[in-house]
Design a protein around this ligand. Structure first.
Ligand code: BES
Ligand code: ZN
Length: 619
């Protein structure tokens, strides 16, 4: 940061002389006109320094070069600003951005200063914009937290570097100087240059799929997102990747080593969009492409608009883990179209999406698979509720106080409890009425931020409509604002896993291992079985299970993970090389973190194993 002042930030900005700039266009929208709800206390985002009611960013235009040696992005960001005529100051979020200068549309320098920072939030950048309503920022970001730079060895092809970003929830401020709050929607465009061997993709319309020569052995790629999106949804990836068409508006990017398996696993994507549209209205984003990233991608998936990011670990060869795709697709409505105004209402993104995901799965694969997946998630939720204790504030859908960390309480409860809440409402009002309401919720709030209070008000206005008996049966406030599960909860169908549960009982009482049944079970059934086995098992029983069911040889990453967790918790030595190999090829947090935790909980047996595996697999 070149202009680093020690004065208090507000003081500094207030005392700056207004530079000469042109007046804003008469038709420029004011901050308030654009999103009146941002002014409400309910929608306030404590994880951003922005003051959108004073001046807010409406468009971001990036012109950046990727430097794979220095792990740097550098260039300019030009921001369009909506503000009252009298507004003098714009506040942006920054975490480690190195800003060289800020200028108005005439090239005049604008004074700016970085305020006191915070470990998670980063720091505010205050810019004295005076009358300027478009500004350009020259900056660089080195080793930004949102960006993972991979060496060639960390890719499947092994020959070229790779880059991917993860903006949600509050990481994009480490590489984009803007107001990084989900309620402050922005359109954007970008021109990105990279070494010619690499293809750059972003989460918007890809205007130059082949790239354009940019000199110095580099290519430039241009992108545009003309719908206003939450800034955490601006995403980038670059690597030696190829594209495969899947359907009229769907396709997949991946390294050539992965593209065939990826495309085969994703064949149903176009049908998923059709199903989603039939349920809850038009898909409004044009194309729906996906990129299957190298295995170090820490999430299962990320719903970046027009370009979902996916872990390769969902590839099972039989589409049994493609609920992940239904999930990320569903975010095109819940999350990307109607967006949590701040992270204490993450359930509006993740819980509504988990419900929607299950409905897509039902339409594509039938009620049996959907009921089984609902039951698995319900069990996982109950387990998490037990672990966290009955009254834990992280089990409320709307998170407040300490529990309101931007990663959605990070327990996963909001996903499943959110889905179970909507399932409960559905079962009480009936599917037809429920679906009509949910679709209309998306329509009424399209391209807008939303809060828990808004959703409940909307249900009351359009679904309850003054019916006091219905209001009482729904228990809406308890679901959203209280921990735990209200009494009206829609439980999973106990018949969903009847055969598996009988097999588990046979194992418990008679030590029978149902080899043939296991061989023909679905992935959901196998997961129910492995997770339903007694948590304490002797080495001999583990050996029998492993041999009879081929558990250590599983190619499905979810069943392999479930097995390894059980085996390592019981200090089953033959699982150690399997865990070593698994952790060496997988970076998904959902798998990596629990396995290391399980090992570390095994004292003198597990700790040295964990440390050795970590040392070997960390890269
Ligand atoms: N949007 C999330 C990922 C996320 C959430 C990133 C919060 C950062 C902060 C994504 O849609 C998601 O939920 N992914 C899950 C998929 C699963 C629930 C099907 C994942 O990554 O495991
Ligand atoms: Zn999600």
């Amino acid at each position: 940061m070149r202009h680093l002042f020690t004065l208090s930030f507000a003081l500094l900005i207030a005392s700056c002389a207004a530079p000469q700039t042109s007046a804003p266009a008469a038709s420029a929208p004011t901050a308030r006109m654009i999103a009146p709800i941002l002014a409400s206390e309910d929608a306030r985002d404590p994880y951003s320094y922005a003051q959108p009611e004073v001046a807010r960013v409406t468009h971001v235009s990036l012109d950046l070069a990727l430097d794979f040696d220095a792990h740097t992005v550098a260039g300019t960001a030009t921001l369009n600003i909506a503000a009252e005529d009298t507004a003098q100051e714009l506040i942006l979020d920054s975490k480690g951005l190195d800003i060289a200068w800020v200028r108005d549309g005439h090239g005049n320098d604008l004074p700016f200063a970085e305020g006191a920072g915070h470990a998670d939030k980063g720091a505010p950048i205050g810019i004295h914009i005076g009358t300027a309503r478009q500004i350009t920022i020259r900056y660089r970001a080195t080793n930004a937290e949102a960006l993972q730079w991979l060496t060639p060895q960390q890719t499947a092809g092994g020959r070229h570097s790779f880059l991917f970003s993860q903006g949600q929830p509050i990481l994009n401020r480490t590489w984009i100087p803007t107001q990084d709050s989900p309620g402050i929607r922005q359109t954007w465009d970008a021109r990105i240059t990279a070494p010619s061997a690499l293809t750059v993709v972003m989460s918007g319309d890809r205007l130059t799929p082949q790239g354009e020569p940019a000199g110095d052995g580099r290519r430039a790629f241009r992108f545009r997102m003309d719908k206003p999106v939450a800034p955490y949804l601006i995403a980038i990836a670059a690597g030696d990747i190829t594209f495969r068409d899947l359907g009229p508006r769907t396709g997949v990017w991946a390294e050539s080593a992965t593209i065939d398996r990826a495309a085969a696993e994703l064949v149903d994507t176009e049908r998923m969009i059709d199903a989603a549209e039939a349920l809850y209205g038009p898909y409004r984003w044009g194309r729906y492409d996906m990129i299957v990233l190298p295995p170090s991608f820490p999430y299962g998936g990320m719903e970046n608009p027009t370009l979902t990011f996916l872990t390769p670990t969902f590839i099972a060869g039989d589409k049994s883990l493609n609920g992940l795709v239904a999930h990320e697709l569903a975010h095109s409505w819940s999350g990307n179209l109607v967006t949590n105004a701040n992270w204490s209402d993450s359930w509006l993104n993740e819980g509504v999406t988990s419900y929607f995901e299950n409905r897509i799965m039902e339409r594509l694969y039938g009620t049996r698979r959907a009921a089984q997946e609902y039951a698995l998630n319900f069990d996982a939720m109950e387990e998490a509720l037990r672990e966290n204790g009955d009254g834990s504030p992280i089990s409320s859908l709307h998170l407040s106080g300490e529990a309101a960390d931007p990663n959605g309480g990070s327990s996963g409860i909001i996903y499943d409890k959110g889905a179970v809440f909507l399932k409960t409402v559905e079962s009480i009002v009936g599917r037809a009425r429920f679906d009509a309401w949910l679709r209309s919720w998306f329509d009424r709030h399209a391209f807008q931020p939303a809060t828990s209070a808004m959703l409940l008000a909307d249900i009351r206005e359009h679904l309850v409509r003054g019916d006091a008996a219905l209001e009482a049966r729904l228990m809406l406030d308890a679901w959203v604002y209280q921990p735990g599960l209200p009494a009206n909860v829609a439980r999973p169908d106990p018949a969903a896993f009847a055969e598996v549960d009988a097999a588990l009982a046979a194992f418990q009482s008679l030590s029978i291992i149902e080899t043939d049944k296991y061989a023909r079970w679905s992935t959901a059934e196998r997961l129910r079985y492995i997770n339903g086995l007694p948590r304490e098992l002797g080495i001999h029983r583990l050996e029998q299970l492993d041999t009879a069911l081929g558990l250590s040889a599983a190619t499905n990453n979810e069943t392999l993970f479930a097995w390894l967790n059980l085996a390592l918790a019981n200090r089953y030595d033959p699982a150690v090389p399997v865990a070593d190999a698994f952790l060496g090829r997988v970076g998904r947090r959902k798998f990596v973190l629990p396995l290391f935790r399980t090992l570390m909980a095994q004292g003198a047996w597990g700790e040295p194993i964990a440390q050795a595996i970590y040392a070997r697999t960390r890269p």
